[in-house]
Structure formats: structure tokens, C-alpha cells
Design a protein. Structure first.
Length: 130
């Protein structure tokens, strides 16, 4: 599948990348149908996000269609259209239960590199939880 990937010399390129897979029971795969490039992506492009270097799949603003769900996903089903938030959170830690998802120690930002992304590549396909 295709993805926008950060290249050396502050360039973006459309590349063929492996299709992601369900990694856990709370995961879902989303086929992206519409995406945007925002200011955060441009910060990454210009080297302003530590740990977001060449090879990073870019993007965190997208909508799409759920293609596959993990065994414990109950709020989504294949074929449903979804709008995905630019960041993720677990929904069960103390910060999330207080409504302060921005402090979730388990959260991350799609395409945010190793510091903000916590293993979340950008929008060649989304991996959403619960």
C-alpha cells in the first residue's frame, strides 16, 4: 500500500509500504479514504520533532473505513466509516478516567516519530484501540 514517507533533505515521497496487521485484541485496521497534511507534519518535515526522521510514515488527520477488528473491539465493525483523532489514548488509566487524555501514559500521536508516536506510524492505515 502507499504512504507518505519522510525522506532525507526535508522531502516527502509517496512509497510502497507493508500493510499493517492487527497486533492486539483491541486493534482495528482502517483503510484511509481522505487525509490531510497539517502543521505538525511540516514540523516533522523540517526536523523540529526529535526522533521523527527519514523513513517515518507521516500523517495523523484522516477518515476511513474499518477493514478489520481485533477480538475485543465492540464499538466498531468492518465497513463502518470513522474519523480518527490525531492522538490516541487508552481510556482506562487514571488520567483518561479523569477526562485528561492528554496525560495518558499509553497514548501517542500518529506519525509522531519515536517520541510522540510510541510505535504509531502515520496514515497508510490507522490502528485504533477499543
Amino acid at each position: 500500500m502507499k504512504a507518505v514517507v519522510l525522506q532525507p533533505d526535508n522531502k516527502f515521497a509517496l512509497e510502497e509500504v507493508p500493510k499493517p496487521e492487527i497486533k492486539g485484541p483491541g486493534d482495528a485496521l482502517v483503510r484511509v479514504t481522505t487525509a490531510a497534511i497539517c502543521g505538525s507534519d511540516l514540523h516533522a518535515k523540517h526536523g523540529f520533532i526529535p526522533g521523527c526522521g527519514p523513513g517515518t510514515v507521516i500523517g495523523h488527520e484522516f477518515v476511513g473505513v474499518v477493514e478489520e477488528i481485533g477480538s475485543s473491539v465492540t464499538k466498531f465493525k468492518p465497513g463502518e466509516r470513522v474519523a480518527c483523532p490525531p492522538a490516541t489514548w487508552c481510556g482506562i488509566c487514571p488520567a483518561c478516567r479523569r477526562g485528561e487524555e492528554q496525560y495518558c501514559p499509553n497514548g501517542g500521536v500518529w506519525g509522531g516519530g519515536e517520541i510522540f508516536g510510541k510505535g504509531l506510524a502515520g496514515i497508510y492505515s490507522g490502528r485504533i484501540c477499543r
